[in-house]
Design a binder for this molecule. Sequence first.
Ligand code: G4P
Length: 529
Amino acid sequence: MDIQDFVDRRRTFAIISHPDAGKTTITEKLLLLGNAIQLAGTVKARKSGRHAKSDWMAMEKERGISVTTSVMQFNYEDCVVNLLDTPGHEDFSEDTYRTLTAVDSAVMVIDGAKGVEPRTRRLLEICRMRDTPIITFVNKLDRESMDPLTMLEHIEDELQIECVAATWPLGSGRSLKGIYRMDSDELVVYDRSAGNSDSGPRTIAGLHSAEAQELLNSDYEATVETIELVRDAGHSFESKEYLAGRQSLVYFGTALQNFGVVDLLDRFVEIAPGPQARDTNLGNVSPYEEKLSGFVFKIQANMIPKHRDRIAFMRICSGKYTKGMRMRHVRLGRDIKISDAVTFMAGDRTQVDVAYAGDIIGLHNHGTIRIGDTFTEGQDIAFRGIPNFAPEIFRRVRVRDPIHSKRLKNGMQQLAEEGATQVFAPLSSQDMVVGAVGSLQFDLVAFRLREEYGADCAYDPYPIHTVRWVSADDPTILEEFRSRLRSQLALDGDNQLAFLATSRHNLRLIEDKWPDVRFSSTREHASVA
Ligand code: G4P
């Protein structure tokens, strides 16, 4: 096989959902179907610490464990599937956002009773930034769910994405009889007691068969009518539209009962895109290019936090990684030998020594790797599109004992570089402001500052609503902006200028007043030396 064959078999994706919609449950079923785990409950166990929000040791432990489960690789059909996990804690959403920059497609899980929820909406917005293709799974069909037609309309309205039903639910909750496969004209019979049985559920050929009529009984006429309506009047699936992120295939099922999930997975490996070309400062890099290249999208503390050993997750974008090879750390302009990269294979502990575009490898990091860094086989290129997201909550941070100010500064700089939080230094004061997307991030930062850097610190409220990174084509305009609004400006951890808005109204006002200044809610990491 040449490199193209290896690359084309890769499917790298993440699951997006609102907490409790069933992400963990469906992950587990996918791993079971991929034979990556043998027992239901394996993934669930990992999540059991989620309620102990104040127990930091437990959280550290959880974070440690999740290093090994952050990427779950398994084989299915002819494909090598890389499922990138996003943090269980809803507050760690910055990590989640960035993980979405490392995938080629996503599966969106929606609770069949609740419909589209806020976090799903937010995550979809992030997917939109790269036109990520999305397949939808409407979950919890074993509970009373929204009428499927209403659900499709609801998703279309809420998320502005065209929906094409791939399966159709035959009832829900107690009256759930099964699902109908739109393409193959087959009914899959739901049998609650069958659960995770190996033999799979019973199927019936043809909606117009006597068997189907018997199964659906008094609902038969109405069901046939609706399905025909959907088939005639609904959109038809177009790969091009799906790949452009404008159309989503929708599956219905219940992850808990492992019903309808296999339909999703079968189609996923068939239609989901393999590794895509990626944008760099010097143009696109094809995944088939022979030389290795990749970027770091996430950094995570390792099992023993005191050693400050971190794993940097690198998405391979082209070429082939082999154990012991030399790589160029482009930002530092240095060649380094990578002998101990970690590869991830759920269910298989032996180290994999080769990886291709689409795969994720973990590099040991002792403080030299930052989010957004590019690694290559010598090419001086830098990948684009690994963003910082504007934080939504802010605090002023101070050390309890001023003697430790330097520790705080060092610690904050490191934590900001690895993406655990964002720091801002207002131009007009000595304050150090931390910004986060979720409030739990603050507690984690305080914990790590104390444990890893010996800086015991406290937070004070800081009255800003949001930040916007500012730039302008005309340097004189920016200079004027800078001097006029000095009291509302700050430098972030990468010395980029940011406007600290006190309210939404304040932001709008200033934006209107300065039409030649760009205000952006995301900023790319600096990744070139
Ligand atoms: P998340 O990762 O998206 O947060 O969701 P998770 O899979 O943990 O599911 C959240 C809850 O919903 C869990 O119940 C889970 O068992 C349940 N669930 C997931 N899929 C289905 C489904 O298809 N049908 C039904 N009826 N329930 C489903 P829990 O009580 O919070 O946890 P547990 O005690 O079951 O572990």
